[in-house]
Design a protein around this ligand. Structure first.
Ligand code: CLR
Length: 378
């Protein structure tokens, strides 16, 4: 039946929402959805998923050997997938529609030092509203680790599912303090959002992504869902190849939301069945106007409490304020100034790393971090 998981009073508006996405491709964030499917969290918070296993991130710096270090990167990456793609189902019962960030929206956080892993910080800025683009940097300075990336989405609709192509990439820089820094390109998986008809959307990953290091080590990660090679949901197969070769030295297989194994040794490679560590953020009262939880505070509260009238009124206020700002800028002949990132039309690191690979596209833009965190985070 249509919308089993949809409150009876919202079934009509859920069907119209589904019809509007079916006849629409591009920026989903701008479509109005019924209240039951709204998430109280803005997309600017999502980059935190990259570091919810801070000890695995820090562990990358603990290996002197290129091969060992590369395997640590693959391990950390696979372990982030569960948080990135299933955590809304766990916390809210299904995938939901996140709040659409405003231009210049900010999100700051950190994971404290513990057990010698060092402190890790997160700076996120919404660098474009139309189309929505989010830039972020995650740093563990004591370990010489920096992950800088940006992401956007291209959505389309196909046989009752939303297909999401992720645009953008992340670069992990590892500075061991001796000699050249290692640079590692990470590309992002394609998403298929199913379960829409019933009103309980969930994500499956498909196709392939790459991890490509300047050390020459590389990995191709292949994603499948139920009904493909293993018949199980959230399946991954990663192959790891040494420099200058496409021969496979390691194969990792399993389910990214539970466990994967190294097929050669039979040993567990990733296990994400124990709790992750959410990012620590300061008190909302001390935040600046454009910090995500402050900006959306009343909207989020409304959504959480089921007070959708307040949520929608407060959301309109934010959107009207944004429209007015854009009009004022046009009148004054100015543009919004980003606080932390600078856009480059082409990313030299990306382009160097994809050279001689079949990674597409061969060119991408990027957002460079200005190394200017707020004082309390620095
Ligand atoms: C953002 C970048 C993160 C990984 C990630 C996870 C879930 C994705 C999100 C990204 C982008 C926005 C997204 C969301 C799932 C649903 C949502 C595609 C890629 C869309 C806009 C909302 C669809 C609406 C239905 C759920 C009703 O690292």
């Amino acid at each position: 039946q249509v919308g089993e998981a949809v409150p009876a009073s919202q079934r009509g508006s859920w069907s119209s929402f589904l019809k509007s996405i079916a006849s629409f491709s591009g920026d989903l964030s701008s479509l109005t959805a019924p209240p039951f499917i709204l998430s109280p969290t803005s997309l600017t918070e999502f980059p935190a998923y990259w570091c919810e296993r801070p000890e695995l991130f820090a562990a990358i710096a603990g290996h002197k050997d290129d091969e060992e270090r590369f395997l640590a990167i693959v391990k950390w990456f696979i372990a982030t997938l569960k948080g990135q793609y299933t955590s809304r189902n766990e916390s809210m019962g299904s995938e939901k529609k996140p709040l659409n960030p405003v231009l210049g929206e900010l999100f700051y956080g950190h994971w404290p030092d513990k057990d010698d892993r060092g402190r890790t910080t997160l700076v996120v800025e919404q660098v474009s509203h139309h189309p929505p683009i989010t830039a972020y940097v995650i740093e563990n300075k004591s370990k010489g680790l920096n992950l800088t990336g940006h992401n956007a989405q291209k959505t389309s609709f196909s046989s009752s599912a939303i297909i999401v192509k992720q645009i953008g990439h992340a670069i992990l820089t590892i500075d061991s303090g001796e000699g050249e820094k290692e640079e590692v390109l990470i590309t992002l998986p394609k998403l298929r959002i199913d379960g829409l008809w019933y009103g309980s959307p969930y994500i499956e990953l498909w196709d392939k992504t790459n991890i490509q290091s300047s050390s020459g080590w590389s990995s191709v990660l292949e994603y499948k869902g139920k009904g493909y090679f293993s018949g199980k949901i959230h399946t991954i197969k990663a192959t790891v190849s040494p420099p200058g070769s496409s021969s496979v030295k390691h194969t990792i297989e399993g389910q990214w939301h539970i466990q994967t194994r190294d097929m050669k040794t039979g040993k567990v490679f990733t296990d994400v069945t124990f709790p992750k560590e959410e990012v620590t953020v300061g008190p909302t009262e001390e935040m600046e106007e454009f910090e995500s939880r402050k900006l959306w505070g009343l909207v989020s509260h409304g959504i959480r409490e089921g007070d959708y009238e307040t949520a929608s009124r407060e959301k309109s206020k934010i959107e009207n304020d944004q429209r007015q700002r854009r009009r004022d800028e046009i009148a004054a002949g100015t543009t919004w100034e980003l606080k932390h990132f600078v856009k480059l039309e082409s990313d030299p690191v990306y382009e160097r790393l994809v050279e001689d690979t079949d990674i597409t596209p061969q060119e991408e833009d990027c957002y460079v971090y200005g190394n200017n965190p707020p004082a309390w985070l620095a």
